[in-house]
Design a protein around this ligand. Structure first.
Ligand SMILES: Cc1ncc(COP(=O)(O)O)c(C=O)c1O
Length: 414
């Protein structure tokens, strides 16, 4: 069969077989069709290259990190999918490695294929403990399957699929008192699902002490605490996990995105032994055919090793601090009033604009200069930067030059 690489043909196939909306978006973005990637760069048909500061937080190791590629190739040649009848060593090693880097006491791992499945796993496990009342934060993002969508408090995504899970309450993010009040009304019945920094919500960093206050309230009212680190974890915030700062150990922690090494989709729910017990006792209570495949676990294991051996968590903190300061300076210089705030932690940085239109324009202007960035799904006025931790000085220089001139171009047009 002929390989399809011509941009027009690809977009036409999108229009006919995938999504007319995606096809229209591709047209708007200039008919770019991505075909290859390496490190921090993505290559499009025709040879144009883009520095990837987007990827929705997946590419903490960049694209096709050689160590992950090697591990995945090896596994592909050996045993990519298990029978699921026998035990299998790569999955066991990946679980050991993940438990070793998660907060103390989180020892049991349930691997899945996507972030939303990790959220579903946590919701089901909480229900197995009688915690059926879900409490999450407005503008939070936890995935789009029905259970996860019930805690993803954005009416835009929820309303077309209502009714969702009942007994779901949404509170203001960062407001520990409101959360405490919600738990007080549901003693012994609640499960709290929260991000340590809201990613899709527009890079919202909560006030200091918030997570600690949440954990204390959960303990007081017998609620289970699920911390969703799918976007924030594995170094993205310049620490292994966002909960670390305040010494919080949740009952369950969710990870995904970066765990893939940017190569094979994989996510996980990691829990304390006593919380995990219903799944531990009966491995068929919650299972999936492809979850925890040797191929995905080879990627996850290699990813954790690379993060450790290349000191990338520390590197994310260092590069992130510099990037944030420089982006802030550029915005203050060229767009005071147009960019209302630049905020973030590590390599999760948000630029809040006064209008949504400016975000769209800047995305296009950056693309024209060879830089790929994302908007935020739950905050249309926030442009997000989620670059890899393997960035080199020359990549940073490329970004700053493109960003400076793209921002000036956007501001000059209004
Ligand atoms: C914090 C958070 N949780 C869950 C998800 C859902 O992950 P997935 O898209 O892999 O289902 C996302 C995706 O953006 C996320 O940012």
């Amino acid at each position: 069969m002929a390989q399809v690489t011509a941009p027009d043909e690809t977009i036409e196939l999108y229009r006919r077989h995938l999504s007319t909306g995606r096809a229209a978006l591709s047209r708007l973005l200039g008919d770019i069709v991505e075909t290859a990637s390496n490190g921090v760069w993505v290559t499009a048909a025709g040879g144009r290259r883009f520095l990837d500061f987007g990827g929705y937080g997946v590419f903490i190791l960049g694209h096709r990190h050689p160590r992950v590629i090697e591990a995945v190739h090896r596994q592909l040649d050996l045993h990519p999918l298990a029978t699921r009848v026998f035990a299998e060593p790569v999955t066991a090693r990946a679980a050991e490695a993940l438990a070793a880097v998660t907060p103390p006491g989180l020892d049991y791992v349930h691997f899945v294929n996507s972030g939303t499945e990790a959220t579903e796993t946590a919701i089901k496990l909480a229900r197995a403990h009688g915690r059926t009342a879900l409490v999450s934060a407005r503008s939070g993002f936890h995935g789009k399957t029905i259970g996860a969508l019930s805690v993803t408090a954005n009416p835009l995504y929820q309303q077309p699929f209502a009714p969702l899970l009942t007994e779901t309450t949404h509170v203001g993010y960062g407001d520990a008192a409101e959360l405490r009040a919600a738990l007080a009304e549901r003693p012994g019945r609640a499960c709290v699902v929260l991000e340590p920094v809201q990613g899709e919500g527009g890079v919202v960093v909560p006030p200091r002490g918030y997570l600690r206050a949440v954990a204390d309230a959960c303990a007081e009212y017998g609620a289970l605490l699920v911390v969703d680190e799918i976007q924030t974890g594995l170094g993205r915030l310049g620490s292994w996990w966002g909960v670390e700062d305040e010494g919080v150990v949740p009952d369950m922690l969710l990870t995904g995105k970066g765990l893939s090494g940017g190569v094979v989709p994989v996510a996980a729910m990691v829990a304390r032994a006593d919380v995990y017990e219903p799944f531990g006792r009966d491995p068929f209570l919650h299972s999936s055919t492809f979850g925890g495949s040797p191929l995905a676990c080879a990627a996850a294991l290699a990813t954790i090793q690379v993060l450790q051996e290349e000191d990338l968590v520390h590197r994310a903190a260092k590069i992130g601090a510099r990037l944030l300061a420089e982006v802030r300076r550029t915005c203050e210089r060229h767009a005071p009033g147009r960019v209302t705030e630049v905020r973030g932690r590590g390599l999760l940085i948000g630029l809040e604009f006064a209008t949504q239109a400016d975000v769209g324009e800047l995305v296009l202007d950056l693309l024209a200069r060879g830089v790929l960035v994302n908007h935020s799904l739950n905050a249309s006025r926030v442009l997000r930067l989620t670059p890899p931790a393997v960035l080199e000085e020359s990549d940073l220089a490329f970004f700053h030059e493109a960003f400076d001139s793209a921002l000036r171009a956007v501001v000059s047009r209004a």
